[in-house]
Design a protein around this ligand. Structure first.
Ligand code: ADP
Length: 555
């Protein structure tokens, strides 16, 4: 079994799959028996005596009983169909939701070094669209199973009536499916193209919506709209190609089957003078079997079309899982900062081979405010990521009180660190929701205190106070207000280390002044690493480091 198939079986649950298979067999058996029963019924109805031998004695059974058996068969089939459809839906949901949960867990559990180099539009396309298409793929597989089993049952029924006719029909079905193989291959290529197109749409949308203000300023709105619509049109063209191939297959089967059936009926009547009861039963059988051959082709095309989404999702999930953060082994306690945070001969190389830091050593004693300055691209944020335990160095070590941050300790240390970046990350909801995001158990008093320490008491004057809703991403507030709420959220955690990464670069001077006051008040209580180009918060630091091209400049 391929690894993708194994994955599906595991997510669906073996028991459900076995029951699904059994229900398909029961449904198919009722169909097969129904066709066989047609012959004695037709004989009784037509009074035909000239009759070929049947391997059973159903012709002796009274009409009432035959009809009753028929009704029971239809009822059993209807019941089986309901159970089968519900179970198929459950299997699909288990697979889709299970895969989505795995994808999210893999992404949130992956190492930052890997995540920071990833195209997030790809992940978004995978989580939203590709995994949904996996659901379609599973539905195609279940209908493939159902149609296949029913055809086998019909073939067995046909064999009991006339081996020659039946064999002819089976061979015709196999030939049709073999001849249409190229359309199934084409469906795969179309499916692969569709994965690319969806990624393109997500990329375009993401970049376009993020640049909404810029697009308006530069009067590029119209071109952005046209560009995005073009991406959708490209996707629709791929979809149209797929519809064309499925319809071509369906028409080919219908026309081919009509020709073959006409020839067979002509020979049966003119050449063999076949029993009309058997002939009618065979025509009924063919009328039922032809759409089933169509659905086998359509389901196989559908599976091939959706399979690239499954493969791409599994590949992305596998890649993220391979880059999972190392788990804590053994009872490692949370490191606490009592003496210092230290980087010792640290070297950091990005996944594309770019060297961000070369043998950087620095030491920040507890309770001090340290500033790290340098031009853009110097490696300042990389130092922040290392000190926060978000990434580990390629060489050298990050030490908390002289103990290296290794494996699980790195994750544990992050619960003692708070981080405020240039663009405050806020969520829709109230101010209270945003603060509790970091500390779900925080009470009213703690929230008030954090807001006060962050010079964010303006919140109390907002309509509704803490419960004031701040719009998507906090858009109802100014940049400076957002930043102070982000600082309050960071302080609510009572961190051992607070990192302010260009936290005042984008705020007005009055807000910067307020944030500076808040930070000055932290001296001696919390260790602070301030990152910036120059001036601003960096001025108040008792320790200063300057970086350039990944190297620390002598102080
Ligand atoms: P700063 O914060 O000083 O602007 P960074 O620490 O963000 O600098 O980046 C240091 C260097 O690493 C820069 O040259 C930047 O382009 C590069 N860099 C940052 N992130 C990545 C990444 N995910 N993949 C490759 N290179 C990166």
């Amino acid at each position: 079994m391929s690894s993708a198939a194994k994955e599906l079986v595991e997510l669906a649950g073996r028991k459900d799959l076995v029951v699904l298979g059994a229900l398909a067999v029961i449904g198919a058996a009722t169909e097969g028996l129904g066709v066989v029963l047609l012959v004695p019924l037709l004989i009784l109805l037509s009074g035909e005596t000239r009759f070929t031998q049947l391997p059973f004695e159903l012709t002796q059974v009274p009409l009432a009983i035959l009809l009753a058996i028929y009704v029971v068969l239809v009822a059993v089939r209807a019941g089986t169909e309901i159970a089968r459809a519900l179970l198929a839906q459950r299997v699909t949901v288990s697979i889709v939701d299970g895969l989505r949960r795995r994808a999210l867990a893999a992404l949130f559990g992956a190492d930052w070094r890997f995540l920071s180099g990833q195209a997030q539009s790809r992940n978004r396309a995978m989580i939203v669209t590709s995994i949904d298409r996996v659901g379609e793929a599973v539905q195609y597989l279940t209908s493939l199973l159902r149609a296949g089993v029913t055809l086998v049952a019909l073939a067995i029924a046909g064999l009991t009536l006339s081996p020659m006719f039946s064999l002819g029909m089976v061979l015709a079905g196999i030939a049709a499916l073999a001849l249409l193989r190229w359309l199934r291959r084409d469906a795969r290529r179309i499916g692969e193209a569709l994965v690319q197109r969806y990624e393109g749409i997500y990329r375009k949308l993401e970049e376009g919506l993020a640049a909404l203000r810029l697009a308006k300023m530069h009067a590029r709105g119209r071109r952005e709209v046209d560009g995005t619509v073009l991406e959708f049109e490209a996707m629709r063209q791929v979809e149209r190609r797929y519809i064309l191939t499925t319809m071509a297959a369906r028409s080919a089967i219908q026309i081919g089957a009509a020709v073959l059936l006409a020839i067979a009926v002509w020979f049966a009547i003119e050449g063999f003078s076949a029993s009309s009861a058997i002939l009618l039963a065979f025509v009924a059988l063919a009328v039922r079997a032809i759409p089933l051959v169509e659905s086998i082709q359509a389901a196989a095309q559908g599976w091939n079309h959706a399979a690239p989404s499954l493969e791409q999702s599994l590949a992305l999930i596998g890649e993220a899982e391979k880059n999972a953060e190392p788990l804590q082994t053994g009872p490692v306690g949370t490191p606490r900062l009592r003496r210092s945070v230290e980087l010792q001969n640290v070297r950091f190389v990005h996944s594309d081979g770019r060297i961000a830091l070369m043998d950087v050593s620095l030491n920040i004693p507890r309770g001090q405010i340290a500033a790290l300055t340098g031009p853009s691209g110097a490696g300042k944020s990389t130092v922040a990521d290392l000190a926060a335990g978000l990434v580990s160095p390629d060489r050298g070590a990050v030490l908390i009180d002289g103990v290296p941050l290794e494996r699980g300790a790195r994750q544990a240390w992050r619960s003692r660190v708070a981080y405020v970046q240039q663009d405050a990350v806020l969520f829709s909801g109230s101010v209270r929701d945003n603060l509790r995001w970091a500390e779900p158990e925080a009470d009213e008093h703690q929230i008030c205190e954090a807001l006060r320490r962050a010079s964010a008491d303006f919140v109390l004057d907002l309509p509704g106070g803490f419960d004031c809703r701040i719009g998507e991403a906090g858009r109802a507030l100014s940049g400076g207000e957002r930043q102070r709420i982000a600082l309050a959220r960071a302080l609510l955690r009572e961190p051992d280390l607070l990192i302010l990464d260009e936290a005042t670069s984008a705020v007005d001077p009055a807000s910067e002044e307020k944030i500076a006051q808040a930070v000055a008040g932290l001296e001696g209580k919390c260790t602070v690493l301030v990152i910036g180009h120059r001036g601003g918060l960096a001025e108040m630091a008792s320790r200063r480091f300057a970086l350039e091209n990944g190297c620390l400049l002598p102080s």
